[in-house]
Design a protein around this ligand. Structure first.
Ligand SMILES: Nc1ncnc2c1ncn2[C@@H]1O[C@H](COP(=O)(O)OP(=O)(O)O)[C@@H](O)[C@H]1O
Ligand SMILES: Cc1cn([C@H]2C[C@H](O)[C@@H](COP(=O)(O)O)O2)c(=O)[nH]c1=O
Length: 289
């Protein structure tokens, strides 16, 4: 199916690009400005460095003109987030692109979510989401923020998911399904709002690996991650609908970047072929609009 956003070229039979509903597309490569979908959050990152510091994971930050914390040098790099349901093939896609020079690949910090100082918040969340959902999601939010702010070593960064999908998909799913108390949701939302208001998190392109929940269910079982053995098909269906509302229908939450949709139900060989066919479009992410 070919669907294009406003004035957006349609490139191929199987891939489509959707524009975010906000008027301006962020492009940390094209200009030294990080423009956000949220009203009143536009600022220039290129003109002023008032304060600099180095944090964990080699994070180098500065305060921009609008008083927002920005990653140093981040305005010159392209950031592409690979989004999709659990076991949709994101890691496999990133592995493929990791063989390309000039691309830095950041996979999700799942190993941290499975082991923080000897504890496994991912397993705890699946065992008892009402009790441990906030624990996992607080840690996911922190580790995702750390990923976004870490120093970029190549002109293009490809990363698995984002702080946005952690909130708009997973926190939202826990809350809507009645598995997260309202107070936990409120606290997480306050944290998320504070972070996105005060810290620049530029994303230039979202690549959405669009799968059916059934495909993910089969791949999930094949992958056989211990913590995920309890996941029913219905859970993947809920995640799928949240992704579709956010990235396809664009009716739920703001988009931080344009969306390139790649149908991803195909076998591995076919998917690798699609990635190769669309390599230039993906890597030209920030120059597309
Ligand atoms: N196109 C595909 N066809 C069949 N199996 C796949 C395909 N892509 C990935 N897989 C397998 O499905 C499982 C989940 O893939 P993975 O890349 O880890 O997904 P994600 O990172 O989105 O959770 C893995 O076992 C992987 O080898
Ligand atoms: C971002 C995020 C992830 N999770 C869970 C969902 C899965 O069990 C793993 C991630 O695995 P995937 O193969 O990369 O999809 O973590 C979560 O519970 N909450 C989150 O915010």
């Amino acid at each position: 199916m070919l669907v294009g956003g406003r004035g957006v070229p349609l490139w191929s039979r199987c891939v489509r690009l959707l524009s975010p509903h906000c008027a301006e597309a962020p492009s940390s490569l094209r200009a030294a400005a990080a423009v956000r979908c949220h009203p009143g959050r536009t600022f220039n990152t290129g003109s002023c460095r008032l304060l600099q510091s180095r944090g964990p994971s080699g994070t180098e930050t500065a305060i921009g003109t609008a008083g927002k914390l920005v990653r140093n040098g981040g305005d010159k790099k392209a950031v592409i987030c690979i989004e999709g349901n659990i076991a949709s093939g994101k890691t496999t896609c990133l592995e493929y692109f990791s063989k390309t020079s000039n691309i830095e690949v950041l996979t999700e910090p799942v190993s941290k979510w499975r082991n923080v100082r000897g504890h496994n918040p991912l397993a705890l969340m699946y065992q008892d989401p009402k009790r441990w959902g906030i624990t996992l999601q607080t840690y996911v939010q922190l580790t995702m923020l750390d990923r976004h702010l870490s120093s970029v070593s190549a002109p293009v960064r490809m990363m698995e998911r984002s702080i946005f999908s952690a909130k708009y998909i997973f926190v939202e799913n826990l809350f809507r399904s009645g598995k997260m108390p309202e107070v936990d949701f409120a606290v997480l939302s306050e944290w998320f709002d504070w972070i996105t208001t005060n810290i620049s998190i530029p994303v230039d392109l979202i690549v959405y690996l669009q799968t059916s929940p059934q495909t993910c269910y089969e791949r999930l079982k094949q992958r056989c991650r211990e913590e995920e053995k309890v996941i029913p098909l219905e859970y993947l269906e809920s995640i799928h609908h949240l992704y579709e509302d956010w990235l396809i229908k664009q009716t739920s939450f703001p988009l931080p970047a344009p969306v390139l949709v790649i149908p991803a139900d195909h076998d591995l060989q076919n998917m690798l072929h699609q990635y190769e066919e669309n390599r230039d479009k993906i890597l030209a992410g920030s120059c597309l609009l």
